[in-house]
Design a binder for this molecule. Structure first.
Ligand code: NAD
Ligand code: TYD
Length: 339
């Protein structure tokens, strides 16, 4: 039996990964270390919390004592670090926690992995570390030019993990995925925010002219890629993980409104994000040649995602009427309807 330490397992991608892993591997034990920040939600894993293959530890990846205690007690062989501060807009307003978690937190996990020994340390990085590219696509060996406090701190964690491979021979692999969407995404990112706003007949705040391009990856495809890389990835390597769906924000906005039968009048063009990256694009041939491809088409997976938010208002409505409301008002300077 393999023991996995999954950090940030109560967030969006981490919770999808934990659920998928428990479905696919009957003989594993997963320890989820999560600080439960605003983005971490125990409701994301309520269906599996009693599974005897699953343990939850409420704690901070920056806390050496907590991290060492987990290694001592559970002796995990595989570490998958999803834990991070993840929202670009929040990193612009308040970078502190990004530097702590996305750099120092990675250091703490790497140190414990070095001390106790592991079979694999998988650092979940992001395509944003490359920065923006007007034409063509980034390969894994291209220089990093991150431009937000989020992407810069993720680049720090990414390269720190690599340095432990080169310097200490720690078995490290790094993945750089594109924009994820799907169930359980905190409703502050483009698709989760716009779907839930449209369901509530609120405006959809499109930054700038809406022509920025992102590549979209369905979360279950990201999870299957992580699983595949654990099994087949080569130590010391970086793998780009993309969905092959480059789209302008405004295109996605119209697609959401059309599927929900809502008026385009809900679109509100607002002030552009500071330092807004124009386009992200990944060359994923390295991972594709190793044998992994995404399974979901964007149109089908977006439809499934929209359907999930329609059917799970009980999950997102309390979030949006809770502390998120204050963030929304201060960030967008937009009142909530009816207030
Ligand atoms: P998320 O914001 O939904 O969840 C992050 C989780 O980490 C939360 O459960 C939170 O409580 C936890 N966390 C934060 N700080 C912590 C700390 N100090 N100690 C322990 N736990 C802590 O994020 P997500 O969208 O699921 O992203 C997961 C990972 O994937 C991140 O590393 C992110 O950089 C990376 N990634 C995300 C995307 C995307 O589109 N969402 C794309 C590529 C890569
Ligand atoms: P986001 O989901 O925050 O992901 P990232 O910035 O990490 O790529 O944003 C995706 C794109 O959508 C990005 O170009 C910014 C844009 N966007 C808006 O236009 N309005 C919004 O309210 C948000 C959250 C994002």
């Amino acid at each position: 039996m393999k023991t996995y330490l999954v950090t940030g397992g109560s967030g969006f991608i981490g919770s999808n990964f934990v659920r998928q892993m428990l479905q696919n591997d009957t003989n594993c034990h997963i320890v989820n270390l999560d600080k439960l920040t605003y983005a971490g939600n125990p409701a994301n894993l309520v269906d599996i919390e009693m599974d005897e293959r699953y343990s939850f530890v409420h704690g901070d990846i920056c806390d050496t004592d907590v991290v060492r205690q987990i290694f001592h007690q559970h002796k995990p062989q595989i570490i998958i670090n999803f834990a991070a501060e993840t929202h670009v807009d929040r990193s612009i307003g308040s970078p502190d926690d990004f530097i702590k978690t996305d750099v120092f937190g990675v250091f703490t996990l790497l140190e414990a992995s070095k001390e106790f020994g592991v079979d694999l340390f998988l650092q979940i990085s992001t395509d944003e570390v490359y920065g923006s590219i007007a034409e063509g696509s980034f390969c894994e060996g291209d220089p990093l030019l991150p431009s937000s406090p989020y992407s810069a701190s993720k680049a720090g964690g990414d390269r720190l993990a690599y340095s432990y491979y080169v310097t200490y021979n720690l078995p490290v692999i790094i993945t750089r995925a594109s924009n994820n969407y799907g169930p359980f995404q905190y409703p502050e990112k483009l698709i989760s925010l716009f779907v839930t706003n449209a369901l509530e007949d609120r405006d959809l705040p499109v930054y700038g002219d809406g022509k920025n391009v992102r590549d979209w990856l369905y979360v279950s495809d990201h999870c299957s890629a992580v699983h595949f890389i654990i099994e087949n990835g080569k130590l010391g390597e970086v793998y780009n993980v993309g969905g092959g769906n480059e789209l302008q924000n405004i295109h996605i906005t119209h697609q959401i409104l059309e599927q929900l039968g809502k008026s385009a009048d809900l679109i509100k063009f607002v002030e552009d994000r500071k330092g807004h990256d124009l386009r992200y694009s990944l060359d994923c041939s390295k991972l594709n040649q190793l044998g992994w491809m995404p399974e979901h088409s964007f149109d089908e997976a977006l439809a499934e995602t929209i359907h999930w938010y329609q059917s799970n208002e009980a999950w997102w409505a309390p979030i949006k009427s809770g502390e998120f409301k204050e963030y929304y008002k201060s960030h967008y300077n937009m009142a909530y309807e009816g207030e």
